[in-house]
Write a protein that binds this ligand. Structure first.
Ligand SMILES: CC(C)(COP(=O)(O)OP(=O)(O)OC[C@H]1O[C@@H](n2cnc3c(N)ncnc32)[C@H](O)[C@@H]1OP(=O)(O)O)[C@@H](O)C(=O)NCCC(=O)NCCS
Length: 402
């Protein structure tokens, strides 16, 4: 069988690769009109193609972004996307080759982490990716979901038209900054590819922006979906909801639950520690629809990635991380609130790089990792200390698709 060759794609190959990935996801080739929006989201030097016998049979690509960490710092993150192998060339190691090259490319380009959103959750752990955060999908019925009087009033909420949102929404998002661990940067190319076509599609996404004492500090995007002929049953499907503080969160929920003629409000992605139930007179008027893996993380530069986040009050911990795919990335680190340094000392706890992704943003505890067989211990007393160091006050949340 011919050897798979993986190489960085020339700009002229980007569209064919994009169509290949679409076909792998059962989507027809992109139109010229759509490509005009999406083309820039293929960054030069960051799209890979796999070739068998000279033919393009698989692809993956990276986008430049940044990931917010506990403590408020950000690290360079490569957002990996567009993974696909031609259906007649699967299960012969094409993606494995692509994945290896893509991780090597991420290292070479100076990224600390690779972030992904995965449509198949069984494939990625073997390559060192792990679930970085969870998000919750909720459903509320405004008729019964009244807010308690103690809940913040929030500031001013205003609707903005689609055209204005094209320039305003990126500025509002930028303004929110790394307001939670897990939040990622959205480039100009991201907004052009993901937001502009939606506005121009005529599908009418509605944008509401919240302003507090310091200006715009949150927004929601939703679509009103009508089902049945009577016209009475309207569901607000909220697709994007970001708010930098508790007042903005409350103000935007107050707005959503107050829109007239709405039977149901569905929000696909919310932070797991946002206690909407507690804001309501009737606790059960908010139902969790699902709890999902959100952003997957693959730490490719452990010294930088570990050192960039803040740690809670705890004693120094020696943690060993094993990275079988990138052996140079393996090592032991002394981690304390003062910083992180490589060490040759005996490790107290040891785990694989995919398991580290689960504790990196504070989403999972070391105690939980131990319970599910993802942690090796030489010093059992190190466990509560590790949780004091890595634990966070706010749940990580991403809420951006790519
Ligand atoms: C998923 C996909 C990229 C895998 O490509 P591939 O070239 O067949 O993958 P490989 O042959 O390198 O397989 C890598 C490993 O993952 C496993 N694997 C691959 N696809 C899998 C799937 N859909 N479900 C479960 N395991 C899978 C393989 O069995 C193999 O495991 P092994 O090393 O233990 O044998 C390809 O099948 C595809 O494009 N699917 C449709 C689009 C898609 O699902 N994209 C990725 C989701 S984000």
């Amino acid at each position: 069988m011919a050897e798979t060759e993986v190489r960085v794609l020339a700009k002229s190959d980007h569209r064919a690769a994009h169509d290949l990935a679409r076909a792998a996801h059962h989507t027809p080739p992109i139109s010229d009109a759509e490509w005009a929006y999406v083309g820039d989201l293929h960054e030069p030097g960051l799209a890979l193609g796999a070739f068998l016998g000279g033919e393009l049979v698989g692809t993956t690509r990276l986008l430049r972004s940044r990931l917010a960490l506990p403590g408020g710092a950000t690290v360079p993150m490569a957002a990996a996307t567009g993974n696909g192998v031609r259906a007649d060339r699967t299960r012969r190691g094409v993606f494995t080759r692509l994945e290896r090259e893509s991780l090597a490319l991420a290292v070479e380009q100076g990224f600390s982490v690779v972030g992904s959103r995965v449509s198949e959750a069984t494939i990625y752990r073997r390559f060192g990716h792990g679930v970085g955060n969870l998000s919750r999908a909720v459903r509320l019925y405004p008729q019964e979901a009244r807010l308690r009087p103690e809940v913040h009033r929030g500031g001013e909420v205003r609707l903005i038209d689609g055209e204005s949102s094209i320039s305003l929404l990126p500025r509002v998002y930028e303004r929110l900054g790394p307001y939670r661990p897990g939040v990622i940067g959205r480039s100009a190319a991201w907004w052009k590819a993901k937001w502009e076509p939606l506005v121009r599609s005529g599908k009418g996404p509605v944008v509401a922006v919240h302003s507090g004492p310091d200006g715009d500090d949150g927004f929601v995007v939703y679509r009103a979906m009508r089902s049945g002929d009577s016209g009475a049953r309207v569901t607000l499907m909220v697709t994007d909801f970001h708010a930098a503080n508790a007042e903005a969160v409350a103000g935007l929920w107050r707005f959503l639950l107050g829109v007239d003629l709405v039977e149901e409000v569905c929000v696909r992605r919310r932070p797991t520690d946002e206690l909407v139930e507690g804001m309501l007179v009737n606790w059960r008027a908010c139902r969790t629809h699902s709890l999902d893996d959100d952003l997957w993380l693959r730490l490719v530069d452990l010294p930088k990635a570990l050192d960039a986040r803040a740690y809670g009050d705890g004693d120094p911990l020696v943690l060993e991380v094993i990275d079988e795919l990138l052996p140079a990335n393996s090592g032991s680190f002394r981690i304390s609130p003062d910083g992180v340094e490589p060490t040759l000392d005996q490790a107290q706890l040891s785990l694989n790089v995919d398991a580290l992704a689960m504790v990196y943003l504070g989403t999972t505890s070391f105690a939980t990792l131990a319970g599910i067989g993802d942690l090796r211990m030489t010093d059992g007393k190190a466990l509560p200390n590790a949780d004091r160091l890595f634990g966070t006050r706010t749940a990580a949340f991403c809420g951006t698709t790519f």
